[in-house]
Design a protein around this ligand. Structure first.
Ligand code: ZN
Length: 99
């Protein structure tokens, strides 16, 4: 599944609900899922982690849909040529820099 397919799939499944919930409510759900991923990474099974990664990615796609952002274009624009800081792959930025 490509990022475009992910966004299309999420739009098909949840587009109507997402439109009525709006950005702020959707962001709250996204952050709740990030918290659940944190808990799964700390103490969950690999199956639980798999499901929480899927939830976080699905809610991120939902946010992008509401905001009118194409995730594939966004990733290509920022990371398509390697590290946005140094332009290399693998990154050669010093550890004091966050790319
Ligand atoms: Zn770098």
């Amino acid at each position: 599944m490509t990022l475009n397919q992910l966004q299309d799939s999420i739009r098909t499944i949840y587009g109507a609900k997402d439109g009525s919930r709006g950005m702020e409510g959707t962001f709250m759900w996204f952050m709740e899922e990030v918290g659940e991923l944190s808990a799964a990474l700390r103490g969950g099974s690999q199956e639980e982690r798999l499901l929480e990664f899927a939830d976080v990615l699905a809610w991120l796609a939902t946010l992008a849909n509401i905001a009118g952002i194409d995730l594939e274009l966004a990733m290509q624009a920022k990371y398509g040529e390697g590290c946005p800081g140094c332009g290399q792959a693998p990154c050669i930025c010093g550890s004091e820099h966050k790319p």
